[in-house]
Design a protein. Structure first.
Length: 348
């Protein structure tokens, strides 16, 4: 009996050894662990994602798939070498809780494709990203993309950079702790896990995440609503200064400038507004700092905060995130100036 048990244990051990060796061989040849441009562990949950969301915007229900492709961009699969325009932002640019075609990027693409089928903006936004995150992308993400050489990078920025109280919260490109890093490393580089995800997304029903409370317009958000446009903000905030805020933001912009000069793409900056315009003095100051930076370096900038003089009710579902209604208004304002910048650069 003892001999039989020993034999069984030996058989199991041999089979397990063969199994793990087979996995090791498979991953060596087909996985990304030993590839020059492997993703390491820093991409976290920003790759190969397909989550079904159910949300309500302005009383209308939407059910859609929030997708991030193999290389980490929102939307369909595309080779990095084919990407000519990318859009960088935080959650206000990513717009996870909005169907892709109704996001600012989606609406801009709809307009661009009408005049040129080759013009497409690829969304590189991730939640919580600031200008420091834009710099990190070159260090931890973009360098891992083979033949990635965009002509334009659009920076929709301001809101996150104006919130210095949460500075340490933003832009962390990796998880803390050895186990978490190892887990991310496996998820980002294993071919087996990649294949498993594809099968799961294609053949198995996923849980629908209902995010009604997130996208529901706050009951008191528009009580006593007053939109502060740029001209009003100039007078309202004329005596406000925040040396620390300006210094931090300026340093991050200078770091980004080095990347712009090194990789030789055309940056296009877009300022931001909150649901009530420019009532927030920190955002106003960040926008003004960004304008000075662009003027000094001769970078194109779309001054959204100056273009929008008023805004319809319920264009935002909270202080900083837009509804599809707000996206449409913003895209309409951005589009002509964006097209003008692109055509001017292409004509040079």
């Amino acid at each position: 009996m003892k001999i039989e048990i020993t034999k069984i244990i030996k058989i199991i051990s041999v089979n397990l050894s063969i199994f793990f060796i087979a996995i090791l061989i498979f991953e060596t040849f087909f996985g990304y662990f030993f590839k020059k441009n492997n993703f390491g562990y820093i991409m976290r949950s920003e790759r190969q994602k397909d989550q079904i969301y159910e949300v309500i915007h302005n009383g209308e229900k939407y059910i859609y798939n929030y997708k991030r492709n193999f290389h980490g961009f929102r939307g369909k699969e595309i080779l990095p070498s084919e990407i000519k325009i990318i859009f960088e932002g935080g959650s206000t640019g990513n717009q996870k809780f909005t169907p892709e075609e109704l996001t600012i990027v989606g609406l801009l693409n709809h307009k661009l494709k009408k005049i040129d089928g080759n013009l497409e903006i690829i969304n590189a936004s991730t939640d919580g990203k600031t200008t420091r995150g834009y710099v990190n992308d070159f260090i931890y993400w973009f360098k891992k993309l083979e033949n990635f050489n965009p002509s334009f990078i659009i920076y929709y920025t301001g809101i996150n950079d104006s919130n210095i109280s949460q500075y340490e919260k933003y832009d962390l490109p990796w998880k803390e702790g050895g186990y978490s890093k190892f887990e991310d490393y496996l998820k980002n580089n294993s071919k087996i896990i990649e294949l498993f995800k594809k099968v799961k997304f294609k053949y198995f029903n996923q849980e629908i995440r209902k995010e009604y409370e997130i996208t529901k317009i706050k009951e008191d958000l528009y009580n006593g609503f007053r939109f502060v446009n740029y001209q009003t903000a100039l007078d309202l905030h004329k005596n406000y200064n925040n040396v620390l805020l300006v210094e931090q933001f300026s340093k991050r912009l200078d770091l980004l400038k080095k990347k712009i000069e090194k990789f030789k793409f055309t940056p296009i900056f877009i300022t931001q507004i909150n649901y009530n315009g420019l009532s927030e003095k920190k955002l106003f100051l960040v926008n003004e700092t960004l304008k000075n930076f662009c003027k000094k370096n001769n970078y194109p900038i779309i001054k959204l905060d100056e273009i929008i003089s008023n805004l319809e009710l319920y264009s935002f579902y909270d202080e900083m995130h837009t509804t599809p209604k707000g996206n449409k208004i913003i895209a309409e304002k951005i589009y002509p100036k964006l097209l003008e910048i692109i055509n001017k650069k292409k004509g040079e």
